[in-house]
Design a protein around this ligand. Structure first.
Ligand SMILES: [Ca+2]
Ligand SMILES: [Ca+2]
Ligand SMILES: [Ca+2]
Length: 203
């Protein structure tokens, strides 16, 4: 009788283990998952106008046909362009470029040591005069501005990828008439009183 009970208990235990083992794989299976949304692409970053937005220095005024408004340090009445520093810090311009050709944005490079004063102005003579380019007085670029209209561009350094910092496309210009931002430093270009090296004044 005792032997029979032991056998019965062993048999029952065996059944319990067998059933448990059968169930384990089912229990290990992961529960069915809800379908997941496919990963979403990140929204592209908001594009901002690369021109002028954020540029600390802007093209502020230009004269494409200077007959008797202002002479360069060598005494020539040449085309000129005024840059304006919008910040409270003097900024180095070394390595930046000016150009009048969109397909050649690195046409003329600011020489070593060029700086624009805090909130200040800087005149570049656009005289295409190679003697003047080597002159110690004044900045002289290797192109002129066309009276018939064209584009002038301020372009960042090679290291920063030559991004266009500011550009102005102008139509035909009158002799000794200045074209500049109004309000000074921030507004659109319009005919202004010639104020090379100073804040622009409305005509
Ligand atoms: Ca000209
Ligand atoms: Ca000159
Ligand atoms: Ca001015």
């Amino acid at each position: 009788m005792t032997k029979f009970r032991i056998l019965l208990i062993v048999f029952l235990l065996g059944c319990v283990v067998f059933v448990s083992c059968e169930r384990v794989p089912q229990m290990l299976e992961p529960p069915p998952m809800d379908p997941i949304d496919p990963p979403k692409m990140m929204d592209p970053p908001e594009m901002t106008d690369p021109v002028i937005d954020g540029s600390p220095v802007v093209i502020n005024e230009l004269m494409a046909d200077n007959d008797n408004t202002i002479a360069d340090p060598q005494g020539d009445y040449d085309d000129w362009l005024e840059l304006h520093n919008l910040t409270d810090m003097a900024l180095p311009l070394t390595g930046l470029y000016l150009s009048d050709k969109e397909d050649n944005p690195t046409k003329w490079q600011f020489p070593e040591g060029t700086e624009i004063p805090a909130n200040g102005y800087l005149i570049v003579w656009l005289d295409e005069d190679h003697d003047d380019e080597n002159a110690t007085e004044g900045l002289h670029a290797n192109f002129k501005l066309s009276k018939g209209g064209e584009t002038a561009m301020l372009v960042d350094t090679d290291a920063r990828g030559n991004q266009v910092l500011d550009s102005i496309t102008f139509e035909e210009q009158e002799t000794d008439v200045a074209f500049g931002r109004w309000p000074n430093g921030a507004g659109d270009f319009q005919v202004v009183l010639p104020t090379p090296g100073e804040a622009n004044k409305a005509e």
